[in-house]
Design a protein around this ligand. Structure first.
Ligand SMILES: [Zn+2]
Ligand SMILES: [Zn+2]
Length: 354
């Protein structure tokens, strides 16, 4: 079967790879759609970071070269002997979290924080392929009203849903969102659905600012021409109750701290490539909390955040048609996928349809 295989930075090849054998508790999925994520772009541009280069991943044994893609949905085409509750023909999305089941975090159900955990498509074979083999407990059935494009969006949207819950956002809170890429936009929509009163988004790209307003932001500020912190303070009586950092860089992290009211919460959603210096003089005397948030619940709890997100998608809190800006074939993944997204421009989410 054909797959997009990562060999190294700027070296992703479309290759014929053998299908993986099906374990007793696995299902084989005909992949219908798989989204390209910011973390895929990090790996493509400057990886391997999460992708194991030499030391095989402790759970999957995977090393380079590796089939990428972790935001995918498709049809179940084959089930292992011990699989129940899922059958061929089922339309599903996949929770890509890998876990050991045996560490202190897995013991308490925090599978997404597993000591040796990982993700399909980064530390195990993923969904930029005609078919994928996944553990049956990682699939979540799609309701009739959700198509495969919506199914492929459940993973990134769940990051936002999980972030809202981690942040402790309350009905009527004021919110700042620093960075309005795909996850930032999802955070805006999720914060709106969660009953935020005022949402101020900050984003340098003009088309993404427009989308932020479409998704529920009251104000979208350009941080290259205006002081994002001042604008947040102006609209939130001096500081937001909750600020979401969704860029993973020092500037926005410290903006998030300064944009937050005393007693407020900074929810750090972005993935940091480098360590940053934190504005502790502001954060600490104001009794602000800085909360890390990573992904969504996984493993045996794979359906928990995913079903919350599916329910929100079904009732229109997220509109897949505004997220998905291009649908491309596997062959086009480098030029029309990775390169197009890295060029910036008007893309939000590019879906690969193998
Ligand atoms: Zn992702
Ligand atoms: Zn574990």
């Amino acid at each position: 079967m054909r797959a997009a295989v990562y060999h190294g930075p700027e070296d992703v090849r479309i290759e014929d790879v053998p299908q993986r054998p099906l374990g007793a508790t696995d299902v084989r999925i005909g992949v219908a759609a798989c989204g390209i994520c910011g973390s895929d772009l990090h790996e493509y541009r400057s990886g391997p970071m999460l992708i194991p280069e030499e030391r095989p991943h402790p759970i999957t044994g995977a090393t380079l070269p590796l089939v990428m893609g972790h935001e995918f949905a498709g049809e179940v085409i084959e089930c292992g002997a011990d699989v129940s509750g899922v059958e061929p023909g089922d339309r599903v999305t996949v929770n890509p979290i890998l876990y050991c089941g045996d560490c202190r975090y897995c013991d308490r159900g925090a599978y997404h924080l597993c000591s040796s955990g990982g993700f399909l498509g980064l530390t195990g074979r993923g969904g930029f392929a005609e078919t994928a083999v996944v553990s049956a407990d990682s699939v979540v059935k799609l309701p009739d009203g959700v198509d495969y494009a919506g199914g492929a969006l459940i993973e990134p949207l769940s990051v936002a849903v999980h972030a809202i819950r981690q942040s402790g956002l309350q009905l009527g809170d004021t919110v700042a969102v620093l960075g309005a890429g795909p996850i930032g936009l999802a955070v805006v929509a999720a914060a709106r659905a969660a009953g935020a009163r005022t949402i101020v988004a900050s984003e340098p790209q003009p088309d993404r600012r427009e989308l932020a307003v479409e998704f529920g932001a009251d104000v979208a500020v350009d941080p290259t021409t205006d002081d994002a912190v001042d604008v947040v303070r102006d609209h939130t009586d001096g500081g937001a109750d909750v600020a979401f950092e969704v860029a993973g860089i020092e500037a926005t992290f410290n903006q998030a701290i300064r944009a937050t009211a005393k007693n407020g919460t900074v929810a750090a959603v972005g993935i940091f490539e480098d360590d940053v210096t934190m504005g502790a003089r502001t954060a600490i005397p104001g009794e602000r909390a800085v909360v890390g948030t990573l992904g969504y619940e996984g493993g045996p709890l794979a359906a928990l955040d995913f079903k919350r997100t599916l329910a929100l998608l079904e009732r229109g809190a997220f509109d897949p048609s505004t997220f998905v800006t291009a649908r491309i074939g596997l062959d086009e993944i480098v030029e029309a996928g990775f390169e197009a997204l890295l060029d910036g421009g008007e893309h939000v989410k590019v879906l690969v349809e193998p």
